[in-house]
Ligand binder design. Sequence first.
Ligand SMILES: Cc1cc2nc3c(=O)[nH]c(=O)nc-3n(C[C@H](O)[C@H](O)[C@H](O)COP(=O)(O)O)c2cc1C
Length: 174
Amino acid sequence: MRSLIVVESMFGNTRAVADAVADGLASAGPVTVLDLADAPPAPHVDVDLLVVGAPTHAFSLSRPNTRHAAEQQGAQHRDRGLREWLANLSPCLPGTFATAFTTRIPKKFVPGSAAKAATRRLERHGYRAAAPPEDFFVLDTAGPLRAGELERATAWGQRLAASVPDRPLKGEAR
Ligand SMILES: Cc1cc2nc3c(=O)[nH]c(=O)nc-3n(C[C@H](O)[C@H](O)[C@H](O)COP(=O)(O)O)c2cc1C
C-alpha cells in the first residue's frame, strides 16, 4: 500500500504528528510525508491512501487571516494552507482511501476541527473514508503536544494500515 501524508503546520506540531503517523503506516508500504509548502498547488494524487493533516484555526481549516495571526505569534510564514490545497485537488482515482487529522487545544465546549472540515472536502472529491477524522492535542497555541500524542499518532497510523485493503489487481473490482 502506498501512502501520502500532506501536512500543513505552522509551529511544527502537526508536522511531528504526521511523522509519527508515517511511522505507523510504514509497516504496510512506502509512505511519503509532504509539507504543504512543498506540495504541488494543483495536485493529482496517485496513491492507495491519502492522509491530510492541518492545525485547527478558528474552529476549522486555516485562512489567510488566521495564518497571519499565527505568524504574529512566532510561527513560520505560510502562503497557503490545506483549505487552498484541497480546493485545487483533482477528483480521486476510483477506490482511493483518505482520512484527515488535526492538532488543536483540548478546551471543553470549543467546537470545530480542521480534520472534520478536511474530511467533508475529501468526500466531495470522491475519496473513501479510511477512518473517521482524528484530533491530536497541543497544550498551547505553539505547542507542545500533550504527552503521549506521538505514540497515539503512530498507533492510529498502524490501525489505518490495517484498515485499508490492498489495491486489487488490474480488472478486479475493489
Ligand atoms: C489564529 C489561530 C486560531 C486558532 N484557533 C483554534 C481553535 O479554534 N480551536 C483550537 O482548538 N485551537 C486553535 N488554535 C490552536 C492551534 O490549533 C494550534 O496552534 C495548532 O494545533 C498548532 O499546530 P502547528 O504547530 O502544526 O501549527 C488556533 C491557533 C491560531 C494561531
